[in-house]
Design a protein around this ligand. Sequence first.
Ligand code: KIV
Ligand code: NA
Length: 269
Amino acid sequence: MVTVRSLRTKAGTEPITMLTAYDAPTARIVDDAGIDIILVGDSVGNTSLGHESTLPVTVDEMQSRTAAVARATDDALVVADMPFLSFGVDDASSIENCGRMLKEANADAVKLESGPHTVELTERLVQLGIPVMAHLGLTPQRVKEVGYSRQGTDRDSAREIIDLAKAHAEAGAFSLVLEHVPANVATQVTEAIDIPTIGIGAGGDCDGQVLVIDDVIGMSDRVPPFAAQFGDVKSEMEKAVGAYRDAVESGEFPAEEHSHVEDELDELY
Ligand code: KIV
Ligand code: NA
């Protein structure tokens, strides 16, 4: 069983593995593979719900997806990603929404896209017993402001990421995702804090790596330049769907073995 404490022990000795999942069968595969952390990412908006960004994803959608993943997961730590404007607007609604992921969906922790506005909130959530994973660098919920470009690319913005990383570690976050930042900035963040860093497009020096499962298995139309594809599930699905269509159209399916006849039901009229 992976816990927020066991992760800390693992960090620095062995790489931490993290992948997204958005449904029970996928979570079961990821969990059985021994992945440490399953992130129910708000990337579900792009991967599964047909949105152009993560902004439309709702708390109800995240709760439903997280519950499905948690039901199928025995060992991995399940982290629920908090969607756009579900946190940081005011304390009461932030705590209620984050709390729902533990109370109603059985998540082990929440992830917040972090910034200066989430330091106190992280501390408050941790005090209440809600473990928080922080997320700095490219934070896609701010796409309208920053696009999807690499972050921390000048000295000031790189220092800001390091400072915010320290502030969130001090506030009690148990881990930090670093997305799309220069590798040497990620190295310095990892050295500056004693909670595990998990990188995506952040080089090889983080304590762990995370990718979106659709990119990994080959289900995405567009794979970001920092991701890698390790399989081709989409072409397998295309083959299976095409074969089914052909079998129905040719009359090969259903065959006798797929059908059932009750003799006494012949000639009903
Ligand atoms: O939503 C997501 O999948 C994420 C990861 C890319 C870290 O936030
Ligand atoms: Na996310």
